[in-house]
Write a protein that binds this ligand. Structure first.
Ligand code: NAP
Ligand code: MG
Length: 398
């Protein structure tokens, strides 16, 4: 059999621990036998990040800007324990944070739905994608305590020195005060990433905030979305038969629960943090989520939403069998291959990625799954397999 030929390389970002093990297995067992894989390889494993003073992460992000599509393995974000474990020169920053800062994108997370793992909300029979704005608000807040008798004010000083002041509170008793901000440029990127993703996916886009209470701050988000929609996207949405609509966050929550899924829900930073955990839990498992960073300039970075599964890795090192679910990492690869195929007009590559996704889902629906799913699956005939057996079962279907 001749292998599928690629035109442009994928940016391949390798990672750490158990996900680094399955990364190689996925390539060897499911991709390399069928695709003449062209990739530009960056080793984001912690050892090499340390060796290069984290330059490799920056290089990988810049390569993504050059080629447009990347696939990333889960990586360790060092903490104090990792400093000793890996004898690090510095507590390097989160690679995802570094890449996000360079590509300036929005992260979209979508559950992978399979028969036998019913969502906790029984009418959710299609996926709900959460798009979380990743800049500002309470994540870049300044906070102070105020004692009884203090006055808190908001002061904005213009470049010419003019001050605009607003009273926050005359504190009669002890209290607290918080200052948050956002910037138009980031909100505009967020909006464009969401509109682009909705067009790509052919799904409606919802955006929610609390503009009735936050008449300047949240209202700015609402206005920016509306303005960009009207001037840049309206026609394309109408042509694609999809809808953009804005609603209040509390109304959105009620509608989401009543819905049958199948849309994208754009959320402000805090709302997205909270709602993505709620939605992913309700659909079953982090190992059954796809995650992609979409930049406003049209660069895509596909990854798994879970971490490096450290506990399994230590078992693997001891020679014990592991039960790591590789679905999210497989879908990171298929997402990237599909996007590369679409951009380069390679129908065969797109078809291959779709077949690999189908083989993965069919394997689970036929009752073959790793322990995490075995514990929650309602299928009557189910078999629990280990990490490698699961990949082999997919390969035999593929
Ligand atoms: P984790 O990798 O998400 O795993 C936590 C637990 O969740 C596992 O012990 C396992 O439970 C279960 N789990 C997660 N993914 C699974 C999978 N694919 N298959 C089966 N079970 C799965 O979190 P962690 O082990 O606490 O974190 C390890 C490292 O990951 C940290 O250094 C952190 O910095 C990093 N991290 C990276 C990313 C990223 O790069 N995107 C994201 C989050 C965390 P059981 O042990 O009960 O089986
Ligand atoms: Mg969170």
């Amino acid at each position: 059999m001749s292998k599928i030929v690629m035109k442009t390389p994928l940016v391949e970002m390798d990672g750490d621990e158990m996900t680094r093990i399955i990364w190689k297995d996925i390539k060897d067992i499911l991709i390399l036998p069928y695709v003449d894989l062209k990739s530009e390889y960056y080793d984001l494993g912690l050892e090499y990040r340390n060796e290069t003073n984290d330059q490799v992460t920056v290089d990988a992000a810049n390569a993504t800007k050059k080629y447009g599509v990347a696939v990333k393995c889960a990586t360790i974000t060092p903490n104090a324990a990792r400093m000793t474990e890996y004898n690090l020169k510095e507590m390097w920053k989160s690679p995802n944070g570094t890449i996000r800062a360079i590509l300036d994108g929005t992260v979209f997370r979508t559950p992978i739905i399979v028969k036998g793992i019913p969502p906790y909300v029984r009418n959710w029979n299609k996926p709900i994608t959460i798009a979380r704005h990743a800049y500002g608000d309470i994540y870049k807040a300044t906070e102070l305590k105020a004692t009884a008798g203090s006055k808190a004010e908001l002061v904005v000083t213009s470049p010419d020195g003019t001050e605009t002041r607003a009273l926050i509170q005359d504190f009669k008793t002890d209290g607290i005060v918080q200052g948050v901000h956002n910037v138009d440029k980031s909100i505009q990127s967020f909006a464009r990433s969401c509109f682009n993703f909705a067009l790509d996916a052919g799904m409606d886009l919802w955006f929610s905030s609390k503009d009735t209470i936050s008449k300047t701050y949240d209202h700015r988000f609402k206005d920016i979305f509306a303005e960009i929609y009207e001037t840049e996207y309206k026609e394309r949405f109408e042509k694609a038969g999809i809808e953009y609509f804005y609603t209040l966050i509390d109304d959105a929550v009620a509608r989401v629960i009543r819905s049958d899924g199948g849309f994208i829900w754009a959320c402000k930073n805090y709302d997205g943090d909270v709602m993505s955990d709620m939605v992913s839990t309700a659909y079953g498992s982090l190992a059954m989520m796809t995650s992609v960073l979409v930049s406003p300039d049209g660069y895509y970075e596909y990854e798994a939403a879970h971490g490096t599964v450290q506990r399994h890795y230590y078992n693997h090192l001891k020679g014990l069998p592991t039960s790591t679910n590789s679905v999210a990492t497989i879908f990171a690869w298929t997402g990237a291959l599909k996007k590369r195929g679409e951009l380069d007009g390679l129908d065969e590559l797109v078809a291959f990625a779709e077949k690999l996704e189908k083989a993965t889902i069919d394997t689970i629906e036929s009752g073959v799954m790793t322990k995490d799913l075995y514990l929650i699956s309602t299928l009557e005939n189910k078999t629990q397999v280990n990490t490698l057996e699961f990949l082999q079962a997919i390969a035999s279907r593929l």
